[in-house]
Design a protein around this ligand. Sequence first.
Ligand SMILES: C[S@@+](CC[C@H](N)C(=O)[O-])C[C@H]1O[C@@H](n2cnc3c(N)ncnc32)[C@H](O)[C@@H]1O
Length: 484
Amino acid sequence: MTGERNHSSHSRGASKPSRPRKPAPPRRRTGPSRPPVEDPARTAALDTLRAVRQRDAYANLVLPQLLRERRISGRDAALATELAYGASRAQGLLDTVIEACSDRPLSEVDGSVLDALRLGAYQLLRTRIPAHAAVASTVDLVRGEAGSGAAGFVNAVLRRITQQDEAGWVDELAPDPDEDPIGYLALANAHPRWIAQAFAEALGSREEPLKLALEADDARPAVHLVARPGEVSSDELAAMTGGDVAPYSPYGVHLEAGAGDPGDLDPVRERLATVQDEGSQLCALALTRAPLEGTDQRWLDLCAGPGGKAVLLAALVGLEGGELDAVEKAPHRAELVRKITSGLPVNVHVGDGRESGLEHGTYDRVLVDAPCTGLGALRRRPEARWRRQPSDVGQLTKLQRELLTEALLLVRPGGVVGYVVCSPHLSETVAIVGDVARRTGAEVLDARELFPGVPQLGDGPHVQLWPHLHGTDAMFCAVLRRVP
Ligand SMILES: C[S@@+](CC[C@H](N)C(=O)[O-])C[C@H]1O[C@@H](n2cnc3c(N)ncnc32)[C@H](O)[C@@H]1O
């Protein structure tokens, strides 16, 4: 204590001892009064929406931190999560309805007021919260933050929204389903049209399969865990976590959607398990299952950060006495790979996979889990669908093509390369593989054979997984062999 005081008077450079400070008189609020009832759940949800809008933050990083800092738990935490993630996911649909009920264009609505309107509209359209409670609690939040004028505007808009349910608004505002089925399904399932279009092209359908895919993509997903091979079985992991053994991955476990922060689970903390979508597990395993003649000890993960697949690959190659090289361009993500794979036979290299300096023709198996739009994992990243732009696709495909081409040089003749993206967009999937296979002469394997027991894998040779068919993210996997 003394040291602290000395330090502070010294640092101020004061010659006179400073007078003890009187506690400041309470400041009179000249602005609007605070809401009479504290509402920690909605306040946390609103602060999350604001961080997403103002700072391009990720809702699923911001909210857990807010909940921890504010010690919000139990039902309040569950409500905050439902509202923050739900309103982020449904943003385009909510905005369409809000605009229809507003006397001014959304571009003229203050950002914080728009966040509150989204929060209120989400409660009205997509939860069972009684309308009067949804409206009153949102108006209270706005009055506390922005004053009674803004509160009046929000009250008027939300009251107009209560006049119909979600289906009614979709019927009124969506394009005619006969004339524009993709536009209709996009709005009805809160997806941007260009993404619904990309799904339709990958599915080869604008009808029932597209509807099911968008619906599944709009639902809150279960958390998937992967058991670390050689450490714990999926049965044991399921028993430890209260989850269910996954249907397809021999290492997978599914937890109930909204089952809390999986990082708090003992097996995850003790590094017996990692959070990883079952589709990602299956794609990494497909590479390990491709038939190979000759040596099988040197594996490479060319885009490794943050290390989910590297853990699985390293654990498996380690059981056979081999090792994994892991390349990652971003230093902080390479550090995550180092941490998550510590204790496993992994050499982490920070660098560009297109010019890694690693020796060509020496690897038995190479994974290219390429940077992609992530359109296949939108259900796990609440705001991502509204942030991604069609122009992102073109920027990524050049890099994807170059990484796959380099992987086919790094692998030995007869060795195999797995090309994986978390996206069903045809420009990132079949177009890349077709182009690179043509130019390099690599043999394209029938990847379906490397997904044993998984149904509905289509005509091949590549595998496209889907939330509505497999309960996984929409992962794409192709497997190529370098011709000897
Ligand atoms: C889809 S993620 C990989 C996910 C990882 N395999 C996992 O399962 O956790 C793609 C990674 O590639 C990295 N990356 C981007 N450009 C790269 C490049 N030119 N060379 C190597 N890595 C790159 C990104 O930083 C990102 O971490």
